[in-house]
Design a protein around this ligand. Structure first.
Ligand code: RNT
Ligand code: ZN
Length: 414
């Protein structure tokens, strides 16, 4: 069966595969830099990762320098169809021209990243780093009861927004800067209120400076629990959803940050009814917020269906967030990104108009039958065509390229 046959099969269901391919090509995914080196970064403070984050596995070949991380990213992008973005964390600063602590970071520390992104046609997204730092050793940052420490982290947030805005301005595409903090408590706190009041005040101070949304957008990311914050997380779902609605920021939904039987798909229409735009951290939790590589699984396909059915792609920024050190790290990027794109394509190829008609006319049997039969439609042929048109390996052929890169480059990083 060829792409042409698939095109005709879909056309008979009222689906235009050419339109889907164009739409897919126009949808960037923001690859997270931190998959490349186990959320290490290049500050080399010698501290623990902390923040309740845990990366497991010791597959050889981890990027040890900025140059190595960029080379690995270039290899990953070469195996992923389409033009995408890079999501950087502040702890990936380039200190070639001199070190600075987190509160004193400037665009100069990220200029080499901006230049590199420009030369590869990549947009950048950004994150302040509220972990892996001596001032975050007790797991508290923007909620810290000590005004000095809290102030330090507020300054970090302000610095990151200015850097994010410069990234967006220089690259001509808005940078989303996403705030996630680990703050919470291992055991039952008596005072759940004060940390949240301090968090709101800290965020207000960080966001006080107006920045043109053409260059820069703010997002806030909630979480249910973390290692060491099992009983209480200040930045909970309700907290940040309220904050985002009140302050018109983006709300970031991480697929691993809710109860294990909850998934993101049903949240999209509710959240987008009240906030202007969302940021996604597409991820896979296994029993907990384990940050496994994204699969082409039901939660991911359901999520993409919601984005496409609701016509929400223009208000959604899709990023990835996982860290697996037990497999080839470049392969982890490629597998997770390709799966995210496949799920998007499947959603774009859904015979939604027909399904909607059935639903509206009360033909729920027909709706269920078509939804199930649609799973067997030849979307894989359309995906292969997408890869072909973007000049990246078709099917599993990318694995041979990955293996050559591993032998030639990764294996030599002893
Ligand atoms: C942590 C959050 C956050 C981080 C990154 C590294 O639970 O998901 O997004 O994974 O900032
Ligand atoms: Zn996340």
């Amino acid at each position: 069966m060829s792409y042409q046959t698939a095109r005709e099969t879909y056309a008979a269901l009222g689906v235009d595969t050419e339109a889907a391919l164009q739409r897919l090509s126009a949808t960037p995914i923001s690859l997270h830099c931190w998959q490349g080196d186990d959320v290490g970064g290049f500050e080399k403070t010698g501290g623990e990762l902390g923040g309740g984050l845990a990366v497991t596995g010791n597959y050889p070949g981890k990027a040890r320098t900025i140059a190595e991380l960029r080379a690995d990213l270039e290899q990953a992008y070469a195996l992923i169809p389409g033009k995408h973005r890079l999501n950087l964390h502040a702890c990936y600063a380039d200190f070639g021209g001199g070190r600075a602590d987190r509160d004193a970071l400037t665009t100069a520390h990220f200029q080499s990243w901006i230049d590199w992104a420009k030369s590869h046609g990549l947009g950048l997204d950004f994150n302040p780093t509220y972990f892996a730092h001596p001032k975050a050793d007790d797991g508290l940052t923007l909620t810290h009861p000590d005004a000095g420490i809290r102030g330090f982290w507020v300054e970090h947030g302000k610095a990151c927004r200015r850097i994010g805005a410069d990234m967006g301005r220089q690259l001509g595409t808005a940078t989303v800067t996403n705030v996630w903090i680990p703050d919470g408590s291992k055991d039952l706190p008596v005072d759940r209120k004060s940390p949240r009041e301090r968090l709101e005040a800290s965020l207000d101070a960080i966001f006080a400076e107006e920045i043109d949304p053409a260059y820069h957008l703010d997002a806030v990311e909630s979480k249910l629990f973390g290692i060491g914050s099992e009983s209480y997380v200040a930045g909970s779902h309700e907290f940040y959803l309220g904050y985002a609605i009140k302050n018109r920021t983006l709300y970031c939904l991480d697929a691993g940050h809710y109860h294990p039987t909850e998934n993101l798909a049903d949240k999209i229409t509710s959240v987008l009814q009240f906030v202007p735009e969302i940021l996604l951290h597409v991820s896979r939790g296994v029993r907990w917020d384990s940050d496994h590589v994204v699969l082409l699984d039901d939660p991911t396909t359901a999520l993409m269906q919601e984005l496409v059915r609701g016509d929400f792609l223009g208000r959604t920024h899709i990023g990835l967030d996982y860290f697996d050190a037990s497999i080839n790290r470049v392969g982890a990027w490629v597998i997770g990104t390709r799966n995210t794109l496949k799920a998007l394509l499947m959603a774009m190829l859904e015979p939604t108009a027909m399904l909607r008609e059935m639903e509206a006319s009360g033909d729920l049997t027909g709706r269920l039958a078509l939804l199930e039969d649609a799973k067997a439609l030849p979307w894989g042929l359309v995906w292969d065509e997408h890869c072909r048109r973007h000049d990246v390996p078709v099917g599993s052929a990318w694995l041979a390229d990955l293996r050559s890169y591993e032998a030639a480059v990764l294996a030599k990083r002893a």
